[in-house]
Every structure is written in structure tokens, then in C-alpha cells.
Design a protein around this ligand. Structure first.
Ligand SMILES: Cc1cc2nc3c(=O)[nH]c(=O)nc-3n(C[C@H](O)[C@H](O)[C@H](O)COP(=O)(O)OP(=O)(O)OC[C@H]3O[C@@H](n4cnc5c(N)ncnc54)[C@H](O)[C@@H]3O)c2cc1C
Length: 461
């Protein structure tokens, strides 16, 4: 061991929601933690996210008159993931979610008063936080324990194994020109996020997603370091082919990186030919796939004034008004004018809207089978009251939602399904929870829930 090497009980790589949750959980149990963050700022994708977390059966839902349960959450998660997800991980999420919701509140995370429905949810289940504040609250709680040492600007490079036992015993890390080891007697939790900024790696798994077809947004440090570190030791991965963009990102605006899902309030999605191409109520990840298959990977969400005015705007992805104020929503008095402004054939757009309105009246969408506004929730509405609006939309890859195979205690598994002793993972670096698609709020939820489970397991083993 060199003089600059560091020793602690648990090493955590990455200071986003998952890393802080793991670190805080371990510190509250009386253990010392070194938390490595390669960037100068903590927070990763967590701090820039939409701040939606999926929990079921909470006091907030009850206060909003929402009847939900862990079993319904389990059913929805499995269905959204098209049963491609690992049932044991879904169970781990569900069994630990309510406790984690309360734990986050205890740790100072503040949830807004409203509950929203979003992608993949049979009942309103989105619990809103200010994402940067939530990370700050966890960081402050971790600091207060006096047991978490945060090393910013410090990048974990490789995992270190104990030469005798082969157990993962720490990492080599780099800060400036200095390279040193950080050793943890209870091992390492990888909480290094996904690889949204590793275009080459994404393209390898999903060739249809390249920089021309979609936009890529997330924590600057998220290039797949943790994934590769574990792969070097033989870790297995899953869900890689299910990397998907989220529908509803404005293709060129750089001031607002969030998606708008006016479709979940009743808008239709049309392509450059002015035609619908999908059931708009499905997961916004599947809508992302459908969008990039359209000409120029660019489409429009088309709606009218009553859809604009419907629901509330508490959830960022439903906040049409805000995008309108930002000048991103195209407005016209008539559908013909709107078609001219977005350069789609006016007669086709008029026909598309007329046909769709007919389906709403008849209660049956003969083209794509849309039955609800979102998932199995909300009655369809006609597009008929001007002014009319269009929101240019493409798919944005906000996260990779796939990665290391883990068991329900977050032990990282090798290609034979055996645990790599001393190695745990949590958050976006983990594969298997989402399966084929993703329920809004389950990525941030998974970061907090799995972060806590990983720390508990590391300390119990
Ligand atoms: C714009 C946007 C909106 C989103 N909205 C939502 C939402 O509303 N609800 C939801 O559920 N999900 C949402 N997501 C996804 C969600 O934010 C992420 O999946 C989740 O925050 C991941 O948390 P994490 O802690 O695993 O990773 P991150 O928060 O990304 O943290 C990982 C950290 O690890 C650091 N790191 C990486 N490699 C190393 C290394 N080698 N050494 C040291 N540090 C390293 C990174 O710099 C980063 O700080 C959104 C994502 C984006 C980008």
C-alpha cells in the first residue's frame, strides 16, 4: 500500500442519487464511506432529471385521493417491461419502495403536493421533487453523519481485487496527475450511472440510435466507466438492446432539455407527412422508438386549445404552458395555417385530425388501437377547438437503463450467474429492472432504492 492510498469500510463510485443513497445508508448504520465523484460537481443525471419518482401507497397519494398498492406497482412494472425484466428485481423495488419514500423524506427530500400519472402507470404515481434539491438534501444528510468522505474530481479507474481471496477490495482512482488506491473492507458499490455520453457504446447495442437520429442528454461523467470496470472482472449485462430515447424532446432547442408529452393530455403525434404513426398512449420510450423510425426522426405533437388547457402543469413533462412561454410551441388559428407553418401537407393533416376525431366519437381507434390518454388512464378527446398547436418532437436518450446483472441484494453477477464477491451496483448502471421499457419515475426510484439495498448487503455480507 502506498502512502497516498486510502482505506475505509465501503467505497462508493459516483455521487448521484444512487451513490448518495448508498453512502447515507451505510453511514447511518455507523460505517465509514469514501464516495468518489469524477466531476467537480456531484449530482450526475439525478440532479438534472425531471424529478419524478414512482412510489405506491404513499400518504401523498392518499391525500390526492389515489388508491394504489405495491401489488399494482409490481403488475405495472412487469407489464411496462413486457415481462423482459427480472421479476426478482421488480420485487426488490416494490418491497423496498415505501420504506425508501419515507427514508428520503427523513433525509430532507421534499416532495411536491401533487401526484401525476405518467408513462406506464395505471394510477397517478409520480411523486415530484426538485431534483437538484433532492441530491443536495441527501448530500447534506450524508455530511451530517460525519462518516462520508466525498472526493470530487476523483475518477475510479479499475477495480482492485484482494490477491488472496479474489474479493473486490477497492478501486484505483485518479485525481489530477495522482493515481492511488481506495480500499474498502466491505467492498465497492458501483453507482456510476449509465453511458448516455458514450455514443460508440450505445451505437454498438442499438445501431438505430446515432447522433443524427436522436439527442443524448445526461450527466457529463456518464460514459460507462462502472460498466467497463465490472465487465473486466467478467460481469454479465442485460437489457442492452432496450436502450431507447424518450419521445417529446424539441429537436433543436438547447435551453430546455426535458421532454414534453402533450400526447398524454390528448395530442396526436404526426410525422412529416402529416400522418399518425403510433398509439400515442404507450410508454414514451416506445414512442421514442416509433419516432426515430419516421422520416428525419422528427415529428410533431398536434393539439388544440382544450388540450392545452387540460390537466395541470405541475409535472414538467406535461407542462405545455411553460414550453409555450419559451416560444417552442407553434400556434395557428386554423389547422391549415398550422400545417403551413410546420410544412406538412395541409389536406393530409386535416384528414388525419378528422379521422382521429371520428375514432374518438366511435370509441375505437381503427388505425393504432389507442384507447386512453396514457397507459390505461384517461378518456380520449377530440382535436377541434382552435387555436391549434404543434410541438416539434424527436427522441432524446436521457439514460441507458440497462447494464450490470445483479441479484436482488445488488451483488454484481458474472456471466455464469455467480456473484463477484465484494462488488455491488445500484442505479442506472444496473440492468434488469426496466426490461423492454420504462415506467416514469422508476429510474430515480431505482437509484434510491437499490442504493440503499446495495449498502445494506455490503455491510451484512
Ligand atoms: C434530463 C433527464 C430527465 C430525467 N428524468 C427522470 C425522471 O423524472 N424520473 C426518473 O425516474 N428518471 C429520470 N431520468 C433518469 C434518471 O435521472 C437516472 O436514471 C438516475 O438519476 C440515475 O441515477 P444514478 O445515481 O444511478 O446516476 P447519476 O445520477 O448519473 O450519477 C452517477 C455519477 O457517477 C459519476 N461517475 C461516473 N463514472 C465515474 C467514475 N469512474 N468515478 C467516479 N464517478 C463517476 C458521474 O459523474 C455521476 O455524477 C432523467 C434523466 C435525464 C438526463
Amino acid at each position: 500500500m502506498s502512502t497516498s492510498d486510502l482505506k475505509t469500510t465501503l467505497v462508493v463510485v459516483g455521487a448521484g442519487m444512487a451513490g448518495f443513497s448508498a453512502a447515507l445508508q451505510a453511514a447511518q448504520a455507523g460505517h465509514d464511506v469514501i464516495l468518489l465523484e469524477k466531476q467537480s460537481e456531484t449530482g450526475g443525471s439525478s440532479a438534472m432529471s425531471g424529478g419524478c419518482l414512482a412510489f405506491a401507497g404513499t400518504d401523498l397519494q392518499r391525500a390526492n385521493g389515489v388508491n394504489d398498492s405495491s401489488e399494482l406497482l409490481f403488475k405495472d412494472l412487469r407489464e411496462v417491461g413486457k415481462f423482459e425484466n427480472d421479476e426478482r428485481l421488480v420485487r426488490a423495488y416494490v418491497d423496498n419502495q415505501l420504506d425508501t419514500y419515507e427514508w428520503l423524506k427523513q433525509a430532507g427530500v421534499q416532495f411536491g403536493p401533487h401526484i401525476e400519472t405518467s408513462s406506464g402507470q395505471s394510477v397517478p404515481r409520480v411523486h415530484n421533487v426538485d431534483p437538484a434539491d433532492a441530491v443536495r438534501a441527501l448530500a447534506a444528510s450524508a455530511r451530517r453523519t460525519g462518516r462520508v468522505r466525498l472526493l470530487a474530481d476523483t475518477r475510479a479507474l479499475r477495480l482492485v481485487r484482494d490477491p488472496q481471496s479474489g474479493r473486490v477490495a477497492g478501486v484505483t482512482a485518479q485525481r489530477g496527475n495522482e493515481t492511488f488506491k481506495v480500499l474498502g473492507s466491505r467492498g465497492v458499490v458501483l453507482a456510476s450511472g449509465g453511458f448516455v455520453h458514450n455514443a460508440e457504446l450505445i451505437h454498438r447495442y442499438v445501431p438505430q440510435y446515432n447522433e443524427e437520429a436522436a439527442v443524448f442528454i445526461g450527466g457529463e461523467g456518464n460514459v460507462g466507466d462502472g460498466l467497463k470496470m465490472a465487465q473486466q472482472l467478467g460481469a454479465d449485462c442485460r437489457d442492452m438492446i432496450y436502450i431507447k430515447g424518450t419521445y417529446g424532446k424539441h429537436p433543436v432547442d438547447e435551453t430546455n432539455h426535458h421532454s414534453l408529452l402533450a400526447v398524454y393530455k390528448g395530442a396526436i403525434a404526426v410525422n412529416q407527412d402529416g400522418k399518425r404513426y403510433v398509439d400515442e398512449s404507450i410508454s414514451y420510450k416506445l414512442l421514442g422508438d416509433a419516432c426515430i423510425a419516421q422520416p428525419y426522426s422528427s415529428t410533431f405533437q398536434v393539439f388544440d386549445q382544450s388540450i392545452f388547457d387540460s390537466g395541470d402543469n405541475q409535472t414538467r413533462i406535461l407542462d405545455i404552458e411553460r414550453r409555450h412561454e419559451e416560444g417552442l410551441v407553434i400556434q395557428a388559428d386554423t389547422l391549415e395555417e398550422l400545417a403551413a407553418m410546420i410544412e406538412v401537407p395541409a389536406d393530409v393533416l386535416a384528414d388525419t385530425v378528422k379521422t382521429y376525431n371520428g375514432y374518438v366519437d366511435a370509441g375505437h381507434d381503427r388505425d393504432f388501437g389507442r384507447e386512453h390518454l396514457v397507459h390505461q388512464h384517461g378518456e380520449l378527446v377530440k382535436i377541434e377547438t382552435g387555436p391549434f398547436y404543434a410541438y416539434p418532437s424527436t427522441a432524446a436518450v436521457y439514460g441507458t437503463y440497462c447494464g450490470l446483472c445483479v441479484d436482488p441484494d445488488m451483488h454484481v453477477l458474472d456471466v455464469y450467474g455467480e456473484p463477484l464477491e465484494g462488488l455491488y451496483a445500484a442505479g442506472e448502471v444496473v440492468g434488469g429492472l426496466h426490461g423492454a421499457a420504462y415506467m416514469t419515475g422508476s429510474a430515480l426510484g431505482k437509484a434510491a432504492i437499490f442504493g440503499r439495498i446495495a449498502a445494506r448487503a455490503a455491510l451484512a455480507d
